[in-house]
Design a protein around this ligand. Structure first.
Ligand SMILES: *Cc1c(COP(=O)(O)O)cnc(C)c1O
Length: 424
């Protein structure tokens, strides 16, 4: 029998605050909810950018996901989490030679973001004595609304413009040590409309067929990106996996019937990890300033920049609650952190218990994606928070918090040269 999971209060007690808590069971549910409904031939690739924690990555790989990577450290994380070559896709607009070589040596499939990059991949593959399989990232001519950040139809550093690819002579893609074998398109992030996702996907699959025919390359793999969102605010609602797959499955099914040997890939980041994470921060002081109530906590935007509401035209709060509240009488609170900037506000006018006091615990829900690694953790030298993963009723410390030594060990005072000291 699995023990009953520790409460957030217990976890804050045991591991201290500020603390990120990931619920492994919720992670699994989120994965399975979509996996069990989506067309079985579509492979899930987890975008480590959303949460590169080794144990989170490991949990998703154990469920069957591949890994979508954009740096050498992410590549090594995926390898340590057990990923094989076929389970890794490496993309990103500014890959170094070292990263390209490491990805090729690991057997990962590269996604090239420019024609110039193809030359580098070809050279590195030649050095390794292999023929690299490469997908072209396409910046499509169309764009669709429905995402927090939409790509496509715009000048971008990502991918190769659709019209540029279509104007190429097929020979332009031929290299001795690489083989263009499909395309990847990423349309944007935080998409909450099932119709927009379905339409994106249909257009990407069409584009893949068109480009492969015109430029005469095989469609070994088509990666339709993803960008599936989660609701953060009361005005948003979560994607319903049932409704989403009702739209998507016929689109994938039709493509599959015509291309039975093509690998189909979907990239999932935020959608998988966001609902499973809670950021825990403890109130240190409360005060009033010019009529407003402030709860000043031990962690803030230095660990959770996303809570500031970037990407949205006006500020909306993440779901914030008091853990183990004593009263249901609510009043507006500003929840702030330890940084010396007014921007360090996790929540503005959040309705929380009126008796909030030092020592109380605040939880920011839906915080499993774009948390510490997308935040200025080094600002004011507070360092990264601890991270805990709860699985089958047990809490595992999966990242210890930074210590002062962690922060200072890589810095060096200027050393006086011997002759400087002896001079005069
Ligand atoms: C950021 C990114 C993802 C993950 O996006 P989510 O919105 O977190 O799912 C996937 N693919 C690419 C190319 C990305 O840049």
């Amino acid at each position: 029998m699995t023990p009953s999971p520790p409460s957030l209060t217990d976890l804050a007690e045991e591991f201290g605050t500020p603390l990120y808590v990931y619920d492994g069971d919720r992670l699994r549910e989120q994965y399975r909810g979509l996996r069990d409904r989506l067309h079985p031939d579509v492979e899930f690739f987890y975008s480590l950018k959303a949460n590169p924690n080794l144990a989170v990555t490991q949990s998703l790989l154990e469920l069957g996901a591949g890994a979508e990577l954009s740096s050498l450290a992410e590549l090594v994380t995926a390898q340590r989490a057990g990923a094989t070559g076929e389970q890794m896709l490496f993309l990103g607009p500014g890959k170094s030679r070292e990263e390209i070589a490491a990805a090729l040596a690991a057997g990962a499939c590269l996604v090239a973001e420019s024609l110039a990059e193809l030359e580098v991949v070809d050279a590195e593959a030649a050095r390794l004595g292999i023929t690299a399989s490469v997908l072209l990232r396409i910046n499509p001519g169309f764009s669709l609304k429905g995402g927090g950040l939409t790509m496509g139809g715009k000048p971008r550093q990502f991918g190769i413009d659709e019209e540029t690819v279509l104007a190429l002579p097929p020979a332009a893609l031929r290299h001795d040590h690489l083989r263009v074998s499909g395309i990847q398109v990423y349309m944007g992030t935080r998409i909450l409309s099932a119709d927009a996702i379905t339409e994106n996907t249909a257009r990407i699959l069409d584009l893949a067929e068109r480009l492969a025919t015109e430029l005469d390359f095989p469609l070994d793999t088509v990666d339709v990106g993803g960008g599936l969102g989660v609701a953060y605010h009361s005005k948003e609602s979560d994607l319903d996996p049932g409704g989403l797959t009702e739209g998507l499955n016929p689109v994938f099914g039709k493509f599959r019937a015509e291309h039975p040997d093509t690998r189909l890939v979907m990239e999932l980041g935020r959608y998988l990890t966001a609902p499973a994470g809670t950021y825990l921060t403890r109130v240190r002081y409360t005060k009033r300033s010019r009529g407003e109530a402030f709860a000043i906590c031990d962690g803030g935007t230095n660990h959770h920049m996303a809570a500031v509401g970037i990407g949205s035209p006006f500020r909306r709060n993440f779901p914030i609650h008091q853990v183990a509240a004593r009263t249901d009488e609510l009043t507006p609170w500003n929840i702030t952190g330890p940084l010396c900037t007014p921007n360090d506000t996790l929540g503005k006018d959040v309705l929380l218990p009126a008796d909030l006091a030092p020592g109380d615990l605040i939880g920011v829900a839906r915080s499993g994606a774009y948390g510490p690694t997308a935040s200025p953790v080094h600002f004011l030298s507070h360092g990264a928070p601890a991270e805990v993963l709860v699985r089958d009723g047990r809490a595992h410390l999966v990242r210890r918090r930074d210590t002062v030594d962690d922060l200072l060990d890589r810095q060096f005072p200027v050393k006086e040269m011997e002759h400087d000291r002896t001079r005069g």
